[in-house]
Design a binder for this molecule. Sequence first.
Ligand SMILES: Nc1nc2c(c(=O)[nH]1)N[C@H]1C(S)=C(S)[C@@H](COP(=O)(O)OP(=O)(O)OC[C@H]3O[C@@H](n4cnc5c(=O)[nH]c(N)nc54)[C@H](O)[C@@H]3O)O[C@H]1N2
Ligand SMILES: Nc1nc2c(c(=O)[nH]1)N[C@H]1C(S)=C(S)[C@@H](COP(=O)(O)OP(=O)(O)OC[C@H]3O[C@@H](n4cnc5c(=O)[nH]c(N)nc54)[C@H](O)[C@@H]3O)O[C@H]1N2
Ligand SMILES: [Mo]
Length: 696
Amino acid sequence: MCSHDCPDSCGVLVTVDDLTGRAIKMQGDPSHPVTRGFLCGKVAKYLDRVYSPDRLLYPMRRKAGVPKGALAKGHEAEAFERITWDEALDEIAARLQQIAAEHGPESILPYSYAGTIGQLGYGSMDRRFFYRLGASQLDRTICSSAGGVALSSVYGIRLGTVPEDFIHAGLIFAWGANIHGNNIHLWPFIEEARRRGARLVVIDPYKTRTAALADEHLVINPGTDAALALGMMHVILRDGLEDREYIARCVHGFDELRAHALDSRHAPEAVAKATGIDAATIERLARAYATAGRNGSRPAAIRLNYGTQRSEYGGTSVRAIAMLPLLTGAWQYKGGGLQLSTSGAFPWAENKLRMPELMQASPLGRAARMVNMNRLGEALTAPDAGVGGPPVKALFVYNSNPAAVAPNQNDVLRGMRRDDLFMVVHEQFFTDTADYADIVLPATTFLETKDVQGAYGHQYAQLSQQAIAPLGEARNNVRLFGELGRRMGFTESCFDDREDELIDQTLGEGSPWFKGITRETLEREGRIRVAMPVDANGDTLPFSTADWFRTPSGRGEVVPVPVFRAPTESRAHATEYPLEFLGRKADNYMNSTFANIPTHQRMEAKTAGILEMHASDAAPRGIASGDEVEIFNARGSIRLHAQVNGQVGQGVVSARLEWNKLTAGGANINTLTSERLTDIGGGATFYSALVEVRRI
Ligand SMILES: Nc1nc2c(c(=O)[nH]1)N[C@H]1C(S)=C(S)[C@@H](COP(=O)(O)OP(=O)(O)OC[C@H]3O[C@@H](n4cnc5c(=O)[nH]c(N)nc54)[C@H](O)[C@@H]3O)O[C@H]1N2
Ligand SMILES: Nc1nc2c(c(=O)[nH]1)N[C@H]1C(S)=C(S)[C@@H](COP(=O)(O)OP(=O)(O)OC[C@H]3O[C@@H](n4cnc5c(=O)[nH]c(N)nc54)[C@H](O)[C@@H]3O)O[C@H]1N2
Ligand SMILES: [Mo]
């Protein structure tokens, strides 16, 4: 299965040549109920990545005297010398031991995110290793923590409408969700619903592929989603369109929310001012939303995605939107409800896999300090690590490319340039991050390792077989950290566990939703649907009854009421930097992954190096399409070529992620983004950034 960080978690069939052991073909598994036989554009061309001549195949060490810094693509190996795995592991173990002895183990910081979202690859032996070492803990907040915590605050568990049920919806909102670009396997279900008469409404400040294909696109001002949701509630409650019977059974705090939503601040005219969406549209959509599903009509489904919560008050936005189906009772209808994440469907035994109790056996003898990954720049450059405690003296990066994807890039790179920082990077390629390493280690791709995986966009647990032998001397994350544990002298037998044992452990808590799901059954069947409760019709309808909620009150919690605030980094507060910057993902990359592969670069050629602008912002600055422009704020500046088109509204400019070393100036859009955290969940605020633009 595909282990990239995507809600679709596809089943993949790999054809391997017996003679050479080489993978020669990849296709979507036709028997997988969500993959349905096709792959996204980027993974369809995956073999170009696996067999790229640029793959990192051997451990390497920075040559003596070569200073840290960005390297030109294709010339990275010149700064390094090849060493054996034994040499690499011995040197890493010796350096980590010495740093731990001198500065305390918390001066060592692991940094990883979602290069793979397999249970083993994402977090298993690596966690055991760093817990036992007493290293700082990393709070993995760069993607979804604001929305995740917000959704849980309302429902107590991350569940939602499953993709297969979207065909039954009559009204679908793609809310901060670029379905066609980021979540393509939901698209056929939406198309099926539309053939049956459904309308698709996109709420997004950017005209995505999804928006271009929709029935209606609402160009919302960034960071104002809570206002829109409250405006919809206002109309629904003012007109008495709520489902009182459902609310009585399933909602806690309704009267308070009702009074709040009915406040004149949330009347359509006021909301129109904040959101940029006109009052008549808000009225019409709120009524259509509330009445869908009534009297035998098809229900309303919201595909809320994480775009909405990458904003200063993104947690509040998600809470407000998540409350809409609680007012209308949309959860009661097949195809109704909301999907942000389905990850709560999988009761993994994560503590067995990761063993946090090992922190007690570490030299610290207690839980180590937590470092928020969105504050990497501060942690590496502020003397007290920006978070209290010892300065960071060692950084161990795997499953991530922070030099390109972390916010406030100038601080991150300044930190990585420190020659007193010992840095290890486990990677498939010479990324922007690997350029700064003391030691680089080669990592496997998902074809080269065995794992087990759930999904955050469907409900199938799946086993991923190893299709081919690791290329060169690549090792997977499990073997790397197991072996390194041994080198460090850790004697616990858990460092000997291999993939099969780890799979058994993470499946092994006997939870009813994992009934019948074992390594053996998964080996046989490939994937198995999680055994969630079904109603009298055999349907799984989350939150249709009070039994589903996992909140303290046992119902959907709409208190504390969501209060709309405009982000401080928004036009509402703009002074020197009047434009809102949307630093987006590419439709054919995966964050920074694939950006170095020529096949994928060709798919994104049109979006390379451009800043998209609205005519009314370009004209007063004397900017025309094709002009070179500087985009800047107090954090830094980058150069791109303007494209004045209809992709963004007035006051918003947009550009996409790229590897730093593939840009003209050696720096990407995260030069402009902020380390500020979201209101809930300590999340990243990539979509709250103010800039100014000038023609060069
Ligand atoms: N092709 C491709 N697929 C991917 C990825 C990729 O990089 N490329 N990344 C994967 C990852 S890591 C994730 S987390 C998921 C993310 O999936 P999504 O959540 O869909 O990700 P984004 O593209 O960050 O955001 C979605 C949309 O939100 C919009 N947006 C920004 N600010 C606001 C706002 O204030 N309000 C509203 N309503 N919309 C806003 C953006 O313009 C964007 O079009 O996709 C995964 N799939
Ligand atoms: N401006 C801006 N910044 C963003 C975003 C945005 O929309 N705009 N999106 C944010 C989001 S949602 C996310 S999730 C983060 C993503 O941040 P990351 O998780 O860092 O994502 P990638 O850029 O895909 O980098 C993953 C790296 O892991 C490597 N890798 C893959 N598999 C393995 C493996 O098995 N072992 C090891 N050791 N390495 C492996 C890949 O080669 C790749 O270089 O970026 C965030 N940054
Ligand atoms: Mo993400």
